[in-house]
Design a protein around this ligand. Sequence first.
Ligand SMILES: [Zn+2]
Length: 318
Amino acid sequence: MKEVVAGVDIGGTNTVSGLVDRDGNVLAVDDLKTTEYPDIKDFISNLAASVNRMLSKDKSLKLLGIGIGAPNANYYRGTIELAPNLTWKGIIPFASLLKEKINVPVVMTNDANAAAMGEMIFGAAKGMKNFIVLTLGTGLGSGIVINGEMVYGHTGFAGELGHSIVVPGGRQCGCGQRGCLETYASATGLVKTVLYLLSDRREESILREIAPSELTSKRIAEAAAERDKLALEAMDLTAEKLASGIVNAVVFSSPEAIFLFGGLAKAGEMLFEPVRKYVDLKIMPIFRGTVKILPSGIPENNAAVLGSAALIWNRESR
Ligand SMILES: [Zn+2]
């Protein structure tokens, strides 16, 4: 028998699942449209069918468990709680519902924690005991590992660095606070910064030729790579805020590395270089030069599936 784990990434629009072996090979993938199943019971049935379909292709496979990354997933309770971007409202006892269909261990956490677990088991954080993964997408998610353990905290929702405050009284955040890190250091935050600069400055910029609704972090990073002054300034302002968030995290937990992951991290050196510069500038001397700022080591196309599967492989390796 060949042992495999199912990794499931539940997103607001799509749910992707895959079978992953101990070495991180993705043996099969399948997907569902999350939005097609407003009734959670229908979704669970179809997810179970999807996992069974992948397993049926090879009779020698033995399923050890199902790891799930989902917005607002609670590691302790196996629930999805009050997720604003999912159609299921309230508190969903997701793990126990799924176990009724497929009786194997089900482990859940949010997508950023799953990304961090993927980095630890299959990626560039192999062998590291203290590191943080920041996912820079629409928002900013974080997975924090201290002394080899994922930090879940008292509630199971620990690690919301995206909602640490870097500008008191700053931009309004969806969470209700002002000046949260993710309102600046995310794909959405970068676009906001550019829109502000376009209205505040007079200078020429290729970004002026793009309709505001078409502006993306990708277009802005491309403009920065072409040395567009306004785009470079926006990247610099974003990096400076991100560095503030990183410095706060470093003085708190002294990680060996911070991994930047997701849409905005694709800007590569246009982002990493100024982030390293500002971290060096802002951080207190005992930590200077102690933390590496690195790109993720997980292949991007299967990152979410690998991260979710790593939740189970991490248990198996103990
Ligand atoms: Zn916030």
